[in-house]
Ligand binder design. Structure first.
Ligand code: FES
Length: 152
């Protein structure tokens, strides 16, 4: 075996290692680049609630509330509540204690069935163990339409 042949073998062996390393690294580099890109997720289309529809009749009076599907979380709907004559609120039904779905308010109080946390009709904590409000989304009332934005 001469020096030229060894050089060729080493070249081929090294080329194979390089190709294998590239094949394995590229997918991880793609994951790394997407995870660290810092790009926010695509914005969610606003949800509109038409108060003239019968299913939203509870929102006609202060203290009323309904649940609507959350496009981000099939298991935790959004609660929409009427907090005053001119204001509405929209927030996640996912309890901030351990994540149970909270029910609609009863006498203006939402009581989590798991450990008893209580929230007002705007989603603020009244009584623990939860110590954070229910995740709020932007909600605006205009005429007979509620528009909910910034849903996560
Ligand atoms: S999950 Fe709601 S109080 Fe614990």
């Amino acid at each position: 075996m001469d020096d030229r042949e060894v050089t060729r073998r080493e070249f081929i062996r090294n080329a194979g290692r390089t190709a294998l390393a590239a094949a394995v690294a590229v997918p991880f580099m793609n994951l790394e680049s997407s995870a660290s890109s810092g790009k926010p997720p695509l914005p969610m289309q606003p949800i509109t609630v038409d108060l003239t529809k019968q299913e939203f009749e509870p929102l006609a009076k202060v203290g009323g509330a309904v649940k609507i599907p959350n496009p981000h979380d099939a298991h935790k709907p959004i609660i929409v509540s009427r907090i005053s004559e001119t204001e509405v609120a929209a927030f996640s039904s996912k309890c901030t204690h351990f994540g149970c779905e909270v029910p609609l308010p009863d006498n203006n109080v939402i009581t989590c069935q798991c450990h008893g946390s209580k929230f007002d009709i705007g989603g603020k904590v009244i009584h623990g163990p939860a110590n954070k409000p229910l995740k709020a989304f932007s909600a605006a009332l205009s005429g007979t339409t509620i528009t909910i934005k910034d849903i996560e």
